[in-house]
Design a protein around this ligand. Structure first.
Ligand code: SF4
Ligand code: SF4
Ligand code: FES
Length: 335
């Protein structure tokens, strides 16, 4: 079958340009097979990374029809049957291949991954040195302890999650989903004894777990099922279990929201602002900061002067209590 490949090509600092190539291929061919065919038979100047051809090394991550994935994993037939490829009037399906997002392009489909590696390094992705000091014999783990590392250990550092991360796009301090998934791997590792310091380090509004906007894209694109956002959520739960509401506005935000919903079925916005931003009168600067907004809402009749609990508040409260009990149990079991 004939398929048109639209490749977004670029030189450093230059405007990207689309170049098209038509190949006669089998539906089972992977996108990497097709790129190889283009390079070997049609245009030797096309640049891209590859190595294992078998979804192991993570080298061939790129954007295929708008979503970040591995070129050696996705195949042409699937791109067409799932409706990802563009249908053209001439009947030749078109597959668009572009470099990963959130990375500067070096050439064509090759990106500069320096920030990706630097951010990984910033979470201290090694079992703590203190934890390794077992002089007489190797450090054994039970099968149950080792199984805690299975999911995060599958990461092949391909960068697909980083490419799609909305938080990275707007906040250059955010370390990225790959780094935080690795951070959780360290927290879950029974050999590591630096959990307390790690939680302090990851408990940062911009660079750490609270920088994540919970868009779920990292979970959606990860080719290895690492589910980085779920790992970020687990770190958040560890932090929330150890910190009280006075420790930061971010922590208060989570705790107060749950508390208010538990008591009223939904959020009493007056109390929410006072308790989270105003810290119950202890943060005067915070209160003064939101006063103009409060006044504007008041004059436009949008400030809620009263609060009515929602219907079914008791059931909502019971449900939250049950979830909290389950979370507590899971938390204790994984310790
Ligand atoms: S978490 Fe998944 S998407 Fe992100 S680098 Fe690892 S394997 Fe790739
Ligand atoms: S869920 Fe968080 S870490 Fe994952 S892509 Fe979205 S913002 Fe980034
Ligand atoms: S070439 Fe190794 S993951 Fe694709």
């Amino acid at each position: 079958m004939e398929v048109r490949f639209k490749i977004i090509r670029q030189q450093t600092g230059k405007t990207p340009k689309a170049q098209t190539y038509i190949l006669d291929i089998e539906p089972g061919n992977t996108i990497l097979d097709c790129l190889n065919r283009i390079k070997w038979d049609l245009d030797g100047t096309l640049s891209f990374r590859k190595n294992c051809r078998n979804t192991i090394c993570g080298s061939c991550a790129m954007r295929i029809n708008g979503r970040s994935s591995l070129a050696c994993k996705e195949n042409v037939g699937n791109e067409i049957s799932q409706g990802f490829a563009t249908k053209n009037p001439d009947g030749v399906p078109e597959i668009t291949v572009a470099p990963l997002g959130n990375f500067p392009v070096i050439k064509d489909l090759i990106v500069d991954m320096s920030s990706f590696w630097d951010n990984l390094e910033s979470v201290a992705p090694y079992v703590s040195t203190a934890g390794r000091k077992i002089p007489e014999r190797e450090f054994l783990q039970t099968p149950a302890e080792r199984s805690q590392l299975d999911q995060t250990g599958n990461c092949i550092m391909c960068g697909a999650c980083y490419s799609e991360c909305n938080a990275r796009e707007v906040n250059s301090k955010f370390v990225g989903p790959h780094a935080l998934a690795k951070a959780y791997r360290m927290i879950a590792d029974s050999r590591d004894n630096d959990t307390q310091n790690r939680l302090e380090r990851y408990n940062d509004t911009e660079s750490g777990v609270w920088g994540c906007t919970r868009c779920y894209y990292c979970n959606e694109v990860c080719p290895m099922g690492v589910d980085p956002m779920d790992q970020i959520t687990k770190i958040k739960q560890e932090i929330l279990a150890k910190k009280d509401a006075s420790s930061s506005r971010t922590i208060r935000h989570r705790k107060v929201m749950i508390d208010l919903v538990k008591k009223g079925g939904w959020i009493d916005e007056r109390k929410f602002a006072l308790r989270v931003v105003g810290h119950n009168g202890r943060d005067l600067k915070g209160l003064l900061g939101i006063a103009p907004l409060g006044l504007r809402m008041l004059t436009k009749g949008k400030f809620p002067l009263t609060f009515e609990p929602s219907q079914g508040t008791q059931q909502v409260g019971k449900l939250i209590t049950r979830v909290q009990n389950v979370e507590e149990k899971v938390h204790l079991e994984t310790k």
